[in-house]
Design a protein around this ligand. Sequence first.
Ligand SMILES: N[C@@H](CCC(=O)N[C@@H](CS)C(=O)NCC(=O)O)C(=O)O
Length: 253
Amino acid sequence: MTLKYYHAEPLANSLKSMLPLFEKGLAFESIYVNLHRFEQHQPWFVAINPEGQVPVLDHDGLIVTHTTVINEYLEDAFPELPPLRPNTPAGNARMRYWNKFVDEHVMNFVSIHGWHRMVGIIARNIESGEFEKLLESIPLHEQREKWRTARSGFSEADLANATRKIEVAVDKVEALLGESEWLAGDMYTLADINFYSHCGMMVERMFPEMEIATRCPRLVDWRERVTARPATQQALAMPDHTAPGLRTWSGAR
Ligand SMILES: N[C@@H](CCC(=O)N[C@@H](CS)C(=O)NCC(=O)O)C(=O)O
């Protein structure tokens, strides 16, 4: 049995499917895809994932993409390993509710701020002819538009709306953590992994003005519990190839 994991730095989507691999103690071959050199758009990688995005899981030649799908796939493929899913109808429904919430109402909005601060700098450093050529190699229409917007700059209205969505999300999670220890109940699940990877681990650093420590003390306690897990420590110790100047918005390192 071989598992290959194509990923970038341990942050956001790349972190999200790496955490279950470490939680389950699965041996995997790590294949680093350098997003700063646009390797995700190069023919060798697009041959693996036609959408030109990381991460990708290759399980004995079966290619699985999209982090929420990858993470549930690992639960289904390795049922004998420590579960990250409640595996009761009610528990799974609750976990999936929070996964859907993070995928639809959190991920893209944190991403807008990340792209504004980081990818924008990269995109503006590319000379315009070369930039147009780069856009042509991006398979997904939405990603092409995102790169274009990152270069010209996201509008104040889009940034403000993204901030509002993130505020709603952190307040919602804070309220939930008053009722249960973890997002889907009394066990650590893929829902915790999802919110941590996309928001929980970096929200304080990215948005100091939200004063998360006083606004969301339960979220901070939860974040520390997730960070302290041995699997999280293993994932966060994976190499960071990002140039030091671009590291300001990224995770808890
Ligand atoms: N829905 C996808 C999103 C994947 C995604 O947005 N990946 C980002 C990295 S966090 C990426 O590959 N960005 C580079 C690009 O799109 O050019 C998933 O859950 O895996």
